[in-house]
Ligand binder design. Structure first.
Ligand code: GRF
Length: 205
């Protein structure tokens, strides 16, 4: 079986990366991680990758005069590892349209809300502030507009009375760790098609 090759882009803790590492450790899982790239030198996810024997790269955005040059450099580094799919997993840089189009339908992201609600970097705080009783997480193909693109999978997560941001984040993260590997599996098995900017999924479950 030829496995789908993943490049995982991170900026921090890398708990979603860890869930992918765990899934890929199963010989039956149809994907493997070819590269973990971070824009932050101190991202603890880099240690998780190294521990699993995965190639890592650091491309610090601070070393580039503009976004286009940064995007071009990460594109070069990513392509050197020949991935089929680029997985954003807590990568806290906006990617420009050129990069996003170059990876059309081969670039996915996990967002800690039920998109299209609560886009942006403060999705969990915004959900708490809005007083919603249910929020969740979304795995989607990436388009140039922030936190948009065809939705592959979503999980609803309850907001409990008195939740603070840390408690709600932890609950959402658990759901993320389940849907990220599941969505990667569906893509690797060729079960996900994008038609008219919506996904059609042939999910045996
Ligand atoms: C996750 O909550 C994800 O939804 C968001 O960034 C966070 C990354 O967490 N995009 P981790 O680095 O995977 O632990």
């Amino acid at each position: 079986m030829r496995k789908l090759r993943l490049a995982v882009l991170i900026s921090g803790r890398g708990s979603n990366l860890q869930s992918l590492i765990k899934a890929c450790a199963d010989p039956e899982f149809p994907a493997e991680i070819a590269l973990v790239l971070s824009n932050k030198t101190d991202a603890s996810g880099l240690e998780k990758a190294a521990k699993a024997g995965i190639a890592t790269a650091i491309v610090s955005h601070t070393g580039f005069p503009n976004r286009a040059d940064f995007d071009a450099e990460i594109d070069t580094v990513i392509r050197a590892h020949h991935p089929d799919l680029v997985c954003l997993a807590g990568f806290m840089r906006l990617l420009g349209a050129t990069f996003v189009e170059a990876w059309h339908d081969r670039l996915i992201n996990i967002h800690p809300a039920l998109l299209p609600s609560f886009k942006g970097a403060n999705a969990i705080g915004d959900a708490l502030a809005a007083g919603v009783k249910v929020t969740g997480c979304t795995l989607h193909f990436v388009r140039a507009a922030m936190d948009s693109g065809p939705i592959i999978a979503q999980t609803a997560v309850p907001v409990h009375p008195g939740d603070d941001e840390a408690q709600l984040s932890a609950r959402i993260r658990q759901a993320e760790h389940e849907i990220y590997p599941r969505a990667v599996r569906l893509i690797a098995e060729g079960r996900v098609r994008v038609i008219d900017e919506k996904t059609e999924i042939d999910d045996p479950k």
